[in-house]
Design a protein around this ligand. Sequence first.
Ligand code: SF4
Ligand code: SF4
Length: 288
Amino acid sequence: MDELLITGIQRFSVHDGPGIRTTVFLKGCTLRCPWCCNPENIRGEPEVYFKAEKCIGCLECVRRCSFLDKPGDIFRFPEHLECAGSCPSAAMGVYGEVKGADDVAEVILRDLDYYISSGGGVTFSGGEPLLQAEAILKVTSRTGDVHTAVETSLFAPMESVGRLRGEVDLFIVDVKILDEARCREVTGGDLEVFRRNLEGLSDERVLIRFPAVKPYTFNRENIRALIRFLKESGVDYIEVLGIHRLGLEKYRSLNLQMPEFSAPRDDEIKKLKWLLEKESIRMNYLKI
Ligand code: SF4
Ligand code: SF4
């Protein structure tokens, strides 16, 4: 598998691991987190979008596609990827692009000097990058010694974790909801899969991240469970991700409703910090 399905490559990222990084966003995920800020990365195939605010009303799309009566009609014809791609102002288009490993590696290697001076590298994010483990290996075989991180929820086949073990320098692991029934109900994920995969990474470098989302992850029961989990796993440092609603436009562009959720207040984050420090666990709050 020499190709990746991606939604973008972001150069000069500073929140996806150490130093200055290039982040590759892979499309396809096993979960459905209500707070997901990248809904365009969830489905594992290209999909059409329409951004009404960008439409200049030229009707080029209607001329090209006999099925469309008006631009927003594209959601009724999700298989018309080519028609969606005909828009001159990118009001209509396709999320998801197949890129060769060579091309992705070439973009990554453009910023080699920055990685060296800042201790950075490349991060494969998503979606769930483990679903494209083989393709990631094809890229890293071309990027050589560039520091490689993978941002994962670990809700992925064990074989994928096995393939990337020893090849990735840092696994950035999201810990979300630690009650089995609640995790399944809210995200659709089987916590047993997460646990088994985490055990499989016992010899690897792992950074735990906790997305702080009210009411889903940031509630009394889940925070208690999180602290218990961190203590049992011997973790003494985590990053807490401040969640935002900047994905709203993306939900609209996919004709989806963005679920309700909110970020904790500053005083609630301070309390979490205090609770963690009582257990000798340091935390860094990333308010993105
Ligand atoms: S081609 Fe693009 S800008 Fe023109 S009407 Fe269609 S969606 Fe709008
Ligand atoms: S694991 Fe990440 S990409 Fe997948 S649905 Fe959850 S937040 Fe979105």
